[in-house]
Design a protein around this ligand. Structure first.
Ligand code: SAH
Ligand code: SF4
Length: 398
């Protein structure tokens, strides 16, 4: 179905480099696709079906990366598989640990020759959960003015393999194979890393389907949250075809301010966004939509803004909670963090209206792993260059 509006405004994504050795990476393929690959390679239907099931289990339940470890597959077939297929992982270029336990990994796609396609993922451990913050794109087409990733150009969309690969690597790093429902550290996933997931819809959907598959990684859709800056035409599809929790980067309650700080608002205005939230399938009081709200000093943090936020949530009858995120600074950013007093006042106003509005504690700031700090192949840009890039991205958005 053609979605009205120009969905992917800037890029012709560069295609993923083909594996030099011609082998097919099985990570990121659905069970049916694995079966089809095995059939195409010459197995009969019955054999392909059985092997696909076994291989799936080894990849996603046991974390196997070598066919030689797949003990229920005949030994004689291991080399045959290894000649044709791989179980890939992005390369870990750097792993950092914050003083608060947050971990950040700098990753390089399989086959990339330099740092031009590097991307990042972050793991945030808490007492009762562990959240992996997954990237969907290398860079971003959008340029929310408070976001460091927004100062990058979009290099390309990540493939399902690279998106699922982040979860696999985190499991590797945390020593969490085989997959088991109890006692694991990685309990939650948020699509809140680099990029706008709804501008890479198919790949994000296919990757999350794999992550949710009960025979494998088995993360429930209730433990996965997709965050969008407001790609309104894709939100209904996200609800219908992925069905995970929705977070919306709201950040402002007036046209004037949202146009400035979340420029996609000029294309998909606030009212349309809130209506799409009201229509989001599966949102109810038990599964609320999260509104992310970055607290920028004297920009979006007044008492009047808080009251307006309450009014809008009520007007659209939204089952919502609000996450107040103190702005995480980066060099060259044009904003300051709101004072703790003002953040508290804002939170209280929203709370008093009966809407949950916790203040998030920034995590991993010391290693630039906090919300909005992710950025790779960072050449330092001047203010003028940043402004020019913002203009360019805006023009491309139309
Ligand atoms: N592109 C998607 C997913 C990124 S989620 C989106 O925008 O929703 C990352 C969250 O952190 C978003 O809500 C984003 O707006 C917010 N963010 C970006 N830069 C930030 C910063 N410097 N400080 C705090 N939050 C920031
Ligand atoms: Fe892109 Fe999200 Fe950053 Fe906006 S906040 S520039 S959509 S990554």
């Amino acid at each position: 179905m053609q979605i009205p509006g120009h969905i992917d405004p800037v890029v012709t994504p560069r295609t993923v480099p083909a594996r030099a050795d011609g082998r097919v990476d099985l990570v990121g393929l659905s069970k049916d696709q694995i079966r089809a690959e095995l059939l195409a390679a010459g197995l009969d239907l019955k054999g392909a079906k059985l092997r696909a099931k076994q291989i799936w289990h080894w990849i996603y339940n046991r974390g196997a990366t070598e066919f030689s470890t797949m003990t229920d597959i005949a030994k004689a077939q291991h080399p045959w598989l290894a000649e044709r297929f791989v179980v890939g992982r992005p390369e870990v270029v750097e792993a950092q640990v914050s003083s608060d336990g947050t971990r950040k990994w700098l990753l390089r796609p399989i086959g990339a020759e330099d740092d031009s396609q590097d991307f990042e993922m972050v793991f945030i451990p808490d007492a009762d959960r562990g959240t992996l913050c997954v990237s969907s794109q290398i860079g971003c087409t959008l340029n929310c003015r408070f976001c460091h990733t927004g100062t990058m150009r979009l290099v390309r969309n990540l493939t399902p393999s690279e998106i699922v690969g982040q979860v696999m690597l985190a499991r590797d790093g945390l020593g969490e194979w085989p997959s088991q429902p109890d006692g694991r550290m990685l309990t939650n996933i948020v699509m809140m890393g680099m990029g706008e997931p709804l501008y890479n819809f198919e790949n994000v959907r296919d990757a999350l389907k794999i992550v949710m598959d009960g025979d494998g990684l088995a993360l429930s859709k209730r433990r996965i949250t997709l965050s969008t800056s407001g790609v309104v035409p894709m939100m209904a599809r996200a609800g219908a075809e992925i069905g995970v929790n929705l977070a919306v980067s709201l950040h402002a309650v007036t046209k004037e301010v949202r146009d400035e700080i979340v420029p996609i608002n000029r294309k998909y205005p606030l009212e349309d966004l809130l209506q799409a939230c009201a229509d989001y399938p599966g949102a109810n009081n038990a599964r609320r939509i999260t509104f992310e709200y970055v607290m920028l000093k004297d920009k979006n943090d007044s008492d009047a803004d808080a009251h307006e936020l309450v009014r809008l949530i009520r007007k659209y009858k939204l089952p919502a909670k609000v996450n107040l995120i103190p702005f995480n600074p980066w060099e060259g950013a044009a904003y300051d963090t709101s004072t703790p007093e003002q953040v508290r006042r804002f939170s209280n106003i929203v709370f008093e209206a009966g809407i949950s509005a916790p203040i998030r504690t920034p995590r991993g700031r010391d290693i630039d792993a906090a919300c909005g700090q992710l950025k790779t192949s960072a050449e330092r840009k001047s203010r003028a260059e940043l402004d020019r890039l913002a203009e360019e991205k805006q023009a491309a958005l139309g």
